[in-house]
Ligand binder design. Structure first.
Ligand code: CUA
Length: 201
């Protein structure tokens, strides 16, 4: 029923009572406001989740924090090129460092990051991205991101974890396809890679 109908009925208490189900106008307005807020929040959550790419960090898997650094994929943390621009990284957080400390990707790379902690609670925040996740011992947190721009994206621990907390950081280096190919050709060992990087500058 429209407000017009209500306005026309003003003055006839019987009809007024019928149309409004005996609800006080103030209460009716509060109900309208409540419904509007619910619709607004629902829209905001929907937009955040589907359009703005917000991700709720879920518990992807469980691991034993006592052995995670010595057994399984986090024993040798790092990035794997899965082909077709897809990558996955196993990152281990522990007092007070991330392994690996550097992640190098070609521009456009879609990466799934699986991160866990071998000691206490840490966090992972990659600057200028929506990668922002809690790192909990015993739990694997997964976060996905596509790096569309060349540049350096520092990552930090954003959960206070003791005296070395401020030293707990790393960098995602997003380079051009050509630079990435050159680095990949340079071979796997770190020495060759750093020489290639110097050559680029
Ligand atoms: Cu790890 Cu703060």
């Amino acid at each position: 029923m429209s407000d017009d109908t209500l306005d026309e009925s003003v003055g006839d208490p019987a009809i007024d009572e019928q149309l409004t189900m005996g609800i006080d106008p103030w209460e009716r307005n509060w109900m309208k406001l409540t419904i509007a807020l619910l619709v607004g929040f629902f829209a905001a959550v929907t937009v955040a989740g589907f359009a703005a790419g917000f991700q709720l960090p879920g518990a992807e898997d469980r691991v034993d924090p006592r052995t995670v650094a010595t057994e399984g994929p986090w024993a040798d943390p790092g990035v794997t090129d899965l082909g077709n621009g897809k990558f996955e990284a196993y990152v281990l957080a522990q007092v007070w460092s991330f392994s690996p400390r550097e992640i190098t990707l070609p521009v456009g790379a879609e990466i799934d990051i699986y991160i866990t902690s071998s000691d206490l609670q840490h966090g992972l925040k990659v600057t200028d991205t929506n990668v922002n996740i809690m790192v909990v011992p015993g739990q694997v947190s997964k976060v996905s991101y596509t790096f569309d721009e060349v540049g350096e994206f520092p990552y930090i621990c954003h959960e206070y974890c003791g005296s070395g907390h401020a030293a707990m950081f790393g960098t995602v280096n997003v380079v051009s396809e050509a630079d990435y190919a050159a680095l990949a050709e340079g071979g796997g060992d770190a020495e060759t890679e750093s020489t290639a990087e110097e050559g680029d500058e």
